[in-house]
Write a protein that binds this ligand. Sequence first.
Ligand code: FAD
Length: 462
Amino acid sequence: MAVTTNGEVSFWFADMGGLPPARPPLPGDIAVDVCIVGAGFTGLWAAYYLKQARPDLSIAVVEKEFAGFGASGRNGGWCSGEFGWNRSRYLQSGTREGVIALERQLRATVAEILRICAAEGIDADQHETECLTYACTPAQVERLRASLAEDRAWGIGPDRIDWLDGAAAAARIRVPGALGALVTHGVARVQPAKLVRGLAAAVERRGVRIYEQTCVTEITPGLVQTDRGRVRAERVLRATEGFTRNIAGHDRDWLPLNSAIVVTEPLPPALWDEIGWAGSELLGDASHAYCYAQRTRAGRIAMGGRGVPYRFGSGLDRRGQTQPETIAKLVAILERMVPQARGLRLDHAWCGVLGVPRDWCATVGLDRATGIGWAGGYVGLGVSTSNLAGQTLADLVLDARTERTALPWVNRQPRRWEPEPLRWLGVQGMYRLYALADGREAARGGARTSRLAGLANWLTGR
Ligand SMILES: Cc1cc2nc3c(=O)[nH]c(=O)nc-3n(C[C@H](O)[C@H](O)[C@H](O)COP(=O)(O)OP(=O)(O)OC[C@H]3O[C@@H](n4cnc5c(N)ncnc54)[C@H](O)[C@@H]3O)c2cc1C
């Protein structure tokens, strides 16, 4: 499949008529109450909730490119209210009740985001739906059933998550060889660039100043150094997720993991009749090298996956341009999951980076001694998680003790990633092993998860 456009940040901006004109940069040195670095979901949600609580605060958001340039304007649009990876890790910094509260609060972010879209008049193609995670091998069935059993043990009922057998799963979306699927209720599909741009406009209306085309080089207590001047602020929030390695002293905090997406031309109605997918559900699978997809407002398929997972030295892409081998991998996944799409034109391909902490667990925090806060490391689940992070950052800046500030992801400080070439070897090895594990499970047909997947997780501490 040839691709019409590669990069240019993402299809989502093309869908809005092209990249937006940039706001003016920082005009020189300024002083504010709060300076936020990065105009993605994290920074903008923090600004939104801060202004809501304290309209009198002066807040500056400083952004290297334009609002939504990062993962927030490039992602798969899964607004899932999902927890992320490993409950046992959060138990190390909290109680069982704390982990349950964290999950409850995360689930609530989906309704909160939809509420704010309605209140602020943001049209982000938001659509309340379900998430379907397909199992196409016995080992995948076993993994999904085990994860469902764990959810049940944590008190999560069928109103949130349930099991569809093979026939019921295939009736929803005609995924070949479907043996079953997990169905997660209470999620939403969004057009992410529309959401992040709408949010930026909403915070501006409340009096937040967004300075674009301004690169932050260093953050020290009370001072943000940029290429356009300095910002003095008692509280500074770092909201740069996958780009954090660019800021002095943070090069090994969060690993920039690549994710990439391809978008097809709009499908004719007759083809949709063949495929199903009538509820515009979020579509994923339980392979180790998993994929995520959405049916867009205009009836296209946006299919995402890992592709080339990591660039040596925490390298970043150029405005979303992705490698031919990544596109080839995504096309193979698209044709496996939705073979009816074979032969369709691909209108766009792009990639972006998401932030991965050394313990693969999202975090939000603020050091009261320095006044510097941060949030991110959402490991690919940032659309909804960033909303809770923004609410929590606002509480922390205002020194408010709330249920949110007591959650076990607050103020986690995992160790840093190893220097190169260890980082590259670890991540590269991990995804090679995942691919081998998926192949073995498919070939053997047994219910047991391949040991290679366990080895892959061990390699990077996932
Ligand atoms: C391809 C892809 C698909 C994804 N799919 C999903 C999904 O479907 N669902 C989901 O929940 N999550 C998904 N994610 C993850 C999610 O998009 C992110 O976790 C989330 O958007 C992070 O938001 P953020 O505001 O913290 O960071 P970002 O949106 O990355 O924003 C950081 C901002 O900081 C700016 N910046 C960087 N360096 C500097 C600097 N030095 N000075 C000033 N500004 C700077 C950047 O330009 C950027 O605008 C996906 C990520 C990618 C890349």
